[in-house]
Design a binder for this molecule. Structure first.
Ligand code: FE
Ligand code: ZN
Length: 517
């Protein structure tokens, strides 16, 4: 018998359409502008929201299925790493400082990214970009959680991690990362997706993830390596979203091009300023090194992003002008940063050290034009002072740039012997910047950046004391009060790595694993 049976199951394509765009509706008793009040003030013109190409092509049920699968694998490895005392198998106890930097500097950014994408997934009037942003928001929440779980294994044994969230909000060096995301999240929804979805996820993410994750693998940190790989497959989707966002906006109206160009200029610069932390980690903090910052820049920026910007040229987009200065700073960045961290080791939640003679030879080979000339003599001098029992340490809190919030240690791009300082006047106040590009960002939106909360400046304003502090009391010790407010345990969380509790414990525990005593 031939009876025609109509299929009850929908095809993949129909099902996908119904479960994403099909979930939107035309409002009948509210105006669309009242429902989506935030997607017009930035000046971006969208004429056809349906022209959006969905980059994720995932429905919610398949999303949960894939992610659950990844979680099971990830947690199996994290458990195995914890149960076999994996923290004792890392290359060298100095490596654990990288984990501390990651905990307080990067994991909270995943959470801020989650919140930012959740916010914009409510703000676009096009349903398809809302769905894509919602999925990225869920990914970012998962990243924050898995990173904190992986790091919690170290937190049971080592200092400087337990208060990572508080550090993120208050330690001066961590304001660099925090202010980057707060700046993006307080822009409009289009600026947020260009800043985070495109500039950060598409242009810069490989410069952050690849060195950290291959660094973790090289140094025996299975936990960090696994969460890295687990996040990397989401990252591929995020990069697709970032690219789609930019192409969609550029194709909608030629008037969007100058707005996008301005954001690309700003966020490429802000992004590379934040990545100073990664450059330093790569060149100085990994006991077993993967590649130098300069090499990573060549591969992940010059090659990959060079091709990308050539592709965007047909819309009238050009490479951000700041790239010239970034190229000039390429061979200085990590060295300037590590010098600063070494001097300011009292204000950190991790413990720096001076590079060994072999490590300095590696740096000379990787940076033949700069290391021996400008930085080796400084490290050798500091090593001499340490050997004489009078180590150098900066006892003050440095001035930070009003925009990127990095201490003002950068030198002039064409003169590595002169510190760079820029200034702007606004409403009878003077503001300070590390560079022309940070000043340009400030001058474009001064009302925004005069509100920057700057960790180091808060100290001098008297805002970095706890509520029970009495600065007028006899014998008041402001430095101790500030450390207390920051929840930094002197010498356990901060200070020099050699001779620290973490170093002593690691060597003792590893010794127990290898000997009979
Ligand atoms: Fe993420
Ligand atoms: Zn700056």
């Amino acid at each position: 018998m031939d009876i025609a049976v109509s299929s009850k199951k929908l095809g993949l394509k129909e099902r996908y359409a119904l479960m994403t765009r099909g979930l939107g509706w035309e409002p009948s008793y509210q105006s669309i502008d009242d429902i989506f009040p935030m997607d017009t003030f930035e000046g971006i013109m969208i004429h056809d929201w349906d022209a959006w190409e969905d980059p994720f092509r995932l429905t919610m049920d398949s999303y949960w299925k894939y992610q659950a699968e990844k979680e099971r694998k990830l947690y199996a490895i994290l458990d195995a790493f914890a149960q076999s005392n994996g923290h004792l198998t890392v290359s060298d106890p100095r490596y654990i400082n990288t984990v501390k930097l990651f905990a307080a500097g990067l994991a909270p950014l995943e959470y801020m990214s989650h919140r930012g994408f959740a916010h914009v997934s409510r703000q676009f009037r096009g349903v398809a970009p809302r769905v894509a942003c919602m999925m990225q928001s869920l990914d970012e929440l998962r990243h924050a959680q898995t990173q904190v779980h992986a790091i919690s294994n170290y937190n049971r044994y080592y200092n400087g991690m337990a208060e990572f969230r508080h550090y993120h909000d208050h330690l001066p060096y961590l304001q660099v990362a925090r202010s980057f995301f707060e700046d993006a999240a307080t822009g409009g929804p289009f600026e947020f997706v260009v800043a985070i979805g495109f500039a950060f996820e598409y242009v810069l993410t490989n410069l952050v993830f690849v060195p950290f994750i291959s660094g973790a693998a090289y140094n025996g940190d299975m936990g960090a390596m696994t969460f890295g790989f687990s996040a990397q497959s989401d990252e591929a989707r995020h990069m697709t979203l970032g690219l789609e966002v930019i192409k969609f906006i550029l194709e909608q109206d030629p008037a969007n091009v100058p707005i996008i160009q301005k954001w690309l200029n700003k966020w490429t610069w802000r992004g590379v300023r934040v990545i100073t932390l990664v450059a330093m980690m790569q060149d100085y903090m990994l006991p077993k090194r993967v590649m130098s910052w300069a090499e990573a820049w060549e591969i992940y920026f010059e090659e990959n992003c060079g091709a990308l910007f050539r592709d965007l040229a047909r819309y009238g987009i050009v490479m951000p002008p700041c790239v010239d200065q970034i190229r000039k700073e390429r061979d200085h960045l990590s060295h300037m940063a590590w010098c600063q961290f070494y001097q300011a080791r009292g204000t950190l939640n991790f413990q720096p050290w001076l590079p060994t003679p072999e490590e300095m030879d590696w740096l000379s080979a990787k940076y033949p034009d700069t290391f021996d000339r400008y930085y080796r003599p400084r490290f050798e001098y500091w090593a001499k002072l340490e050997a004489e029992g009078t180590p150098f340490e900066s006892t003050s809190v440095p001035m930070q740039c009003q925009v990127c919030q990095i201490p003002m240690f950068f030198t002039e791009p064409d003169d590595p012997m002169t510190l760079a300082q820029r200034h702007s006047h606004y409403k009878d106040e003077q503001y300070h910047f590390c560079s022309d590009y940070c000043r340009e960002i400030f001058d474009d939106e001064p009302e925004k950046y005069i509100q920057s909360l700057i960790g180091g400046h808060e100290v001098f304003k008297g805002n970095a004391f706890g509520p029970d502090c009495d600065p007028t009391a006899e014998g008041f010790d402001p430095a101790a009060a500030v450390l207390n407010f920051w929840r930094i345990n002197p010498d356990r969380d901060n200070g020099h790595f050699s001779g620290s509790e973490d170093e002593t414990n690691f060597n003792l525990w590893r010794g127990l694993a290898k000997t009979n005593s």
